[in-house]
Design a protein around this ligand. Structure first.
Ligand SMILES: [Zn+2]
Length: 136
């Protein structure tokens, strides 16, 4: 690996974060209330790659693979994650965690695979449906 390659590989591990840009905010307007769009912080980190996700929302922090920034579907991804920010706020950290894991673990115990169990989590179904409806 060259010096530049090493620097760039290390660089992707140094998280950077920002609020939604004005364009991203406009694209997400109406899907959740303005306070949730104000609260949302995009954190660029390769971490979600390790569990096969494009992004993962923890409270108001949306951990996002930096390679996804500006991709086709980027604004829909942010809208999906903005719904999760609203869900976390509505239910609280414990309430959201129990709501999410209860469904996921029941599906897994019923013998479903990770992705099927994930798809059936009500939080995911709601975020997927609201983001898709907003962008189609
Ligand atoms: Zn989701």
């Amino acid at each position: 690996m060259s010096g530049d390659g090493l620097l760039s590989a290390l660089g992707s591990w140094i998280p950077r974060w920002r609020r939604l840009t004005d364009d991203e905010r406009s694209a997400c307007q109406g899907i959740v209330g303005d306070p949730d769009l104000d609260e949302l912080i995009v954190v660029f980190t390769p971490l979600p790659r390790y569990w096969g996700a494009s992004a993962t929302t923890l409270w108001r922090w949306v951990l996002t693979d930096p390679r996804r920034e500006g991709d086709v579907g980027w604004c829909e991804l942010m809208a999906h994650e903005a719904v999760h920010v609203e869900q976390w706020r509505d239910r609280g950290i414990l309430g959201f965690g129990v709501w999410y894991l209860d469904s996921y673990l029941r599906s897994r115990l019923a013998g479903k695979g990770h992705w099927d169990a994930y798809e059936e989590v009500p939080a995911e179904a709601e975020a997927r449906e609201r983001a898709a409806r907003h962008f189609r």
